[in-house]
Design a protein around this ligand. Structure first.
Ligand code: SAM
Ligand code: SF4
Length: 358
């Protein structure tokens, strides 16, 4: 039986955050000093993760993406991939990573059953990389991308958070990369998601969940990351980016690629790869949303951008049956909000991207 939400959307995609830890500190995602992380014992073990994914899959999920935090920092990642890949109903098992230790891990991951990979990269300039990611280095990420290509992880998608005044001047350089290599480059809009707030909440994000039985998280103090307002000011439209690319490379043609989700995709004529735009704030991608998110500490969320989630870990650790857990999956699907309200000023304050699993 498929999982169908109240807005008649089939929910068949689960994003699983396997850790809230990360070796980078991207300015739009985390404060420089990092977030306080969950105690190890609160994170799901390999067996717990695989059991929950299995129950999700038996309930109707067919596509799984592992994310974080940075999934590659989890020592038992290959074991997790092997366990999830072995579930018979899984049609697609992918992973999102910052690519920093991918040169070591690409081959073992492919061997364990990973089918494809998304690598996040916001600049091709080494100094800018240091300013944006605040850890790691560009050369190592590029060698990780090469290792993923060599390991046959296909298609390779590169996700770039597009920010006016920070990296929009590189749009044509990114697109040039797709000419010679089969890279699917996607610009994503910066999302004003902060873990907590020091600003007045102009919109009540909790109201969408009132009375649904979904747990709300508490807020806490701030750190040095871009503010909600700064992120809103850095917005740059897909149209503007496309114009910057076409000013250098000429008009792009529309392209279709399998598994490109909500991206609008184009190709420089004759290029091996494509250029895509994911406008999760300015376009109504919610109408076709098919996702649930499982956090590393075992909470299931129906929406990335609305602060509501339900605790599966307690049921899991208190001897709950597969049926009890499947019922919780159904409950969350039944309470999936129709859409997010970020464009109307909604603020997401419960958890940051690295804690939810972006
Ligand atoms: N650490 C991995 C990575 O960076 O790919 C996986 C987790 S990260 C939270 C997943 C994705 O979320 C990355 O592509 C990252 O660029 C994106 N992301 C994080 N914060 C964001 C924000 N405020 N707006 C838009 N995208 C964001
Ligand atoms: Fe880490 Fe990914 Fe967040 Fe960057 S975007 S800080 S790599 S979790």
């Amino acid at each position: 039986m498929p999982l169908i939400d109240p807005f008649n959307r089939t929910i068949d995609y689960l994003r699983v955050s396997i850790t809230d830890r990360c070796n980078f500190r991207c300015v739009y995602c985390m404060p420089e000093e990092g977030f306080p992380v969950s105690p190890k014992e609160e994170l799901l073990s390999v067996n717990e993760l695989i059991r929950l994914v299995r129950i999700g899959v038996e309930s109707g999920i067919t596509k799984v993406r592992l994310t974080g935090g940075e999934p590659l920092v989890r020592k038992d990642l290959v074991e997790i991939v092997r366990g999830v890949a072995a579930l018979p109903e899984i049609r697609d098992l992918s992973l999102t990573t910052n690519g920093y230790i991918l040169d070591e891990l690409a081959a073992p991951l492919a061997k364990a059953g990973l089918t494809r990979i998304n690598i996040s990269l916001d600049t091709l300039k080494p100094e800018r990389f240091k300013a944006l990611a605040r850890r790691g280095d560009l050369a190592r990420v590029l060698s990780g991308i090469k290792a993923a290509q060599d390991a046959g992880l296909h298609p390779i998608k590169i996700n770039c958070v597009a920010m006016k005044g920070m990296n929009d001047d590189e749009a044509a350089d990114f697109a040039a990369w797709t000419i010679q290599e089969e890279i699917h480059f996607r610009f994503i809009e910066v999302m004003p998601i902060r873990w907590n707030l020091d600003e007045t909440i102009g919109f009540d994000p909790l109201s969408a969940h009132q009375g649904t039985g979904l747990l709300q998280l508490k807020q806490s103090s701030n750190g040095s990351m871009l503010s909600d307002l700064e992120m809103r000011r850095m917005f740059i439209s897909a149209e503007e980016l496309k114009q910057k690319i076409e000013a250098v490379h000429g008009p792009m043609e529309t392209a279709e690629i399998r598994t490109n989700g909500p991206a609008r995709t184009y190709r420089i004529p004759g290029a091996k790869g494509t250029v895509g735009f994911i406008s999760q704030i300015s376009s109504d991608l919610c109408a076709n949303c098919n996702r649930l998110r499982l956090t590393a500490d075992g909470f299931l969320r129906p929406c990335l951008m609305s602060d509501g989630e339900i605790d599966l870990r307690t049921t899991l650790r208190n001897g709950g049956s597969d049926q009890d857990l499947a019922d919780l999956f159904k409950h969350v699907v039944e309470h999936k909000p129709e859409r997010h309200y970020l464009a109307d000023g909604q603020k997401v304050v419960g958890r940051g991207m690295s804690q939810i699993g972006g």
